[in-house]
Design a protein around this ligand. Structure first.
Ligand code: NAD
Length: 244
């Protein structure tokens, strides 16, 4: 199947490692022209260099940074067809340990970065009558994970935004979807000292996902072929979600 990604212009946010970097690699392999953004200049430049992509340095938790990254990507690529919204997960915590500042920090990082990026990307996508907007959320949005109060709450809300926005922009051939990772073997999980054997036993597929498993589906959702899929939140999780 030709995904129709050749020369499509894509910004992948949070792409210096992990799922973002893997999505960028999948899109590059399909011939897309890419811009990547992340906080660490050396790391994002290295990934960008490997993929022949533009590197943008930004901290998505800072007010206005996500919108500025989109504008920069549009300038460097001559426009934008695909926007992949991704950033680091908020810290683990239970409700009674979370301060107002923690809630606001997580909201800025996860929510306002998504809002800012979409707001900056939409006018040109509408006028070119084409766009793919993909938010990377988490399986925690459908099945809350103990101690991930911030992620559980905010990401479930983002799925409301995805579905509602999809209706507002569908007539302009713009799709908006969320992709929920289950467990995937990224540096984040390694940093968290997770127990691979123990977690693998909770996944019907019997293993932790590879970032490339996730990226393959993200590339499909970003493709021309996925033109009739919109407003959805879809798991890539080896069957881990206990929900229909
Ligand atoms: P990761 O921590 O390995 O990578 C996150 C990327 O975002 C990195 O490139 C990082 O530099 C960048 N980033 C983080 N904060 C940023 C900021 N403020 N500004 C700009 N860039 C920033 O994470 P991952 O494992 O690739 O996961 C990606 C997303 O998916 C995260 O939000 C994570 O919570 C979620 N998720 C991951 C898994 C998993 O198993 N890996 C499972 C469920 C949800």
């Amino acid at each position: 199947m030709d995904l129709g990604l050749t020369n499509r212009r894509a910004l992948v946010m949070g792409a210096s490692r992990g799922l973002g970097a893997s999505i960028a690699a999948a899109l590059a392999a399909e011939g897309a022209n890419l811009a990547l953004c992340a906080r660490n200049e050396a790391k994002v430049s290295l990934v960008a260099q490997t993929l022949g992509a533009e590197a943008i340095v930004c901290d998505l938790s800072v007010d206005g940074a996500a919108a500025a990254a989109v504008v920069d990507a549009q300038r460097r690529l001559g426009g934008l067809d695909i926007l992949v919204i991704n950033t680091g997960g908020p810290p683990a915590a239970v409700f009674e340990s979370i301060t107002d500042a923690d809630w606001r920090g997580a909201f800025d990082g996860l929510w306002m970065s998504a809002v800012g990026a979409i707001r900056a990307a939409l006018p040109a996508m509408r006028s070119q009558r084409y766009g793919r907007i993909l938010l990377i959320t988490s399986i925690a949005a459908k099945e809350p994970v103990a101690s991930l109060m911030l992620s559980n709450s905010l990401r479930a809300g983002l799925h409301g935004l995805v579905n509602a926005l999809s209706k507002e922009v569908a007539a302009d051939n713009i799709t908006v979807n969320a992709l929920m990772p289950g467990y995937h073997l990224t540096e984040r999980l390694i940093d968290l000292n997770f127990d691979e054997v123990k977690i693998s036993k909770t996944v019907p597929a019997g293993r932790i996902g590879a970032p490339a498993d996730f990226a393959a589906f993200a590339a499909f959702l970003a493709s021309e072929q996925a033109n009739y899929v919109t407003g959805q939140a879809i798991c890539v999780d080896g069957g881990a979600l206990h929900s229909i």
